[in-house]
Structures are given as structure tokens and as C-alpha cells.
Design a protein around this ligand. Structure first.
Ligand code: URA
Length: 240
């Protein structure tokens, strides 16, 4: 665990939300090494933290990037026995994915045991940018690109403005688009493209909340660097 404020350490350990944990500190219910903690106090791995006299054991916090392969489900376990995004990741801490990708979407998925970070990134108010590359059927006109950018009426409401550009028009009739959205509605990119008459053949997420896949190969995972973790914190306005 890097050095961080005591309420964040409590939130990461799953004691309470960050705000509620700050309340526990200000009520004097939290101790660090036996002394009542001050709001905003910095703690490290070596400190013994307790709430109402009961010791809080924090797991080491880990956040991974996975380049999800095709046919893999974005849940911790699958009743149908299909491969999941947790297969192949270390099992010493309880990990779960931050959001979901469809079974046939590939690319960047963050996987963590930092409940506080996951909650903040998935909160609709955070509006974290998510970038996709989509191979769609047919030739996409400039007018259609403008429509996708402005917003489309879907059955669950209009989409927010999106950044959309044509990456490549293929001779065989498909078009590669880059689409950046700040919402995370179910099958959103597929539904946006279908709504303008272009079914999605392939969908790859290349960036999420300011971090990119880089050279990570399909099916592989790695821990995020501290620079990447700092970028995620900046996205959700968090301080350590
Ligand atoms: N939009 C989709 O349609 N599918 C995904 O997996 C992610 C975003």
C-alpha cells in the first residue's frame, strides 16, 4: 500500500465509502498505532489502523490492465463455464473488473481490488473517457459521423456528444471508426453504430480514463505503473 490518507486506506480496505470513512475519522473512532487519528493523516503499510478498537487489515492494492481476448466474459465467474477476465490473474487478492466489455469486444479492461477507485471510475458523474476502434459495415458518410458526434436517440435516451473520426475506409466495404464516449451504457457503441445503419463487426477498446493499451498483447495483463495510477486518480479527482 502506498502512503495515503487514513480515510482512503479505510475505503480501500472495504470498511466504508471514502466519505463515510472520513466521518469515522472525524468522530474519533479511528486510531493509528493506538492514537486517535487526525482527519487527513497519512498512513503507510507499517501503521496499525483500527476502527472502534478493531484492527483493519488492508490487502495490498493491485490494479491490472488486461487486453481482453474474444470469447472471454467480464465477470468474476461464469455459470456456463466460459473463460473469464480473471483467468490467469493472481488469486491472492479478490479482484474484479472495472465495468464490462461484451464477450466479443476485445481490448483494455482494468481489474482491481481497489473498491474505492472502481466505484469512482464507474460513477456516471465521473464521465471518464473510453476510446474504441470499431470496424463497421459499409461506408460511413461524413453526415453520419456528425450525427454520431452530436448524439443519437437510443431506447434508453439520447447519447451525449462523442468524439468520432474515420480511421480507415476499407476497399471491401468496411469502415474503421475511432469513437470516444464518456458514458458507459450497455452495448453503447454497438447500439450507436446500429442506429445509424452500420453494424459493428469488430470492437476494440484502446483507452480508458487516460490510460492506453500501448504494446500489451491480446490476452495478456500487467500491473499499472504509478504514473498510470496517478492519471486514474486525476480523472476522478482523488488524492492519495
Ligand atoms: N460498447 C459496446 O457496444 N460494447 C462494449 O463492449 C463496450 C462498449
Amino acid at each position: 500500500m502506498p502512503d495515503m490518507r487514513v480515510h482512503r486506506a479505510l475505503a480501500q480496505a472495504g470498511v466504508a465509502s471514502r466519505r463515510a470513512a472520513e466521518g469515522l475519522v472525524s468522530e474519533g473512532r479511528v486510531t493509528v498505532n493506538g492514537a486517535v487519528a487526525a482527519v487527513g493523516q497519512i498512513v503507510s503499510d507499517r501503521d496499525v489502523i483500527a476502527v472502534d478498537g478493531r484492527r483493519v487489515r488492508a490487502e495490498p492494492i493491485r490494479t491490472y490492465m488486461l487486453n481482453k481476448a474474444m470469447g472471454v466474459v467480464s465477470t468474476a465467474s461464469d455459470p456456463e463455464g466460459r473463460p473469464t477476465v480473471l483467468d490467469g490473474l493472481p488469486a491472492d487478492v479478490r479482484l474484479y473488473p472495472i465495468g464490462r466489455l461484451d464477450i466479443d469486444t476485445t481490448g483494455l479492461l482494468l481489474i482491481t481490488n481497489d473498491g474505492d477507485l472502481a466505484h469512482r471510475l464507474m460513477h456516471p458523474r465521473s464521465k471518464v473517457p473510453k476510446t474504441y476502434e470499431a470496424l463497421v459495415d459499409g461506408r460511413v458518410s461524413s453526415a453520419t459521423v456528425r450525427t454520431l458526434r452530436t448524439g443519437i436517440q437510443l431506447e434508453d435516451g439520447p447519447t451525449q456528444p462523442a468524439a468520432v473520426e474515420v480511421l480507415e475506409r476499407r476497399a471491401q466495404g468496411g469502415t474503421w471508426l475511432r469513437i470516444e464516449i464518456t458514458e458507459g451504457r450497455n452495448r453503447q457503441v454497438r447500439r450507436m453504430c446500429e442506429a445509424v445503419g452500420h453494424d459493428v463487426r469488430r470492437l476494440v477498446r484502446t483507452r480508458y480514463a487516460g490510460v492506453g493499451l500501448g504494446g500489451l498483447a491480446r490476452g495478456q495483463h500487467r500491473l499499472l505503473s504509478s504514473a498510470e495510477l496517478a492519471r486514474l486518480d486525476a480523472q476522478v479527482g482523488a488524492t492519495r
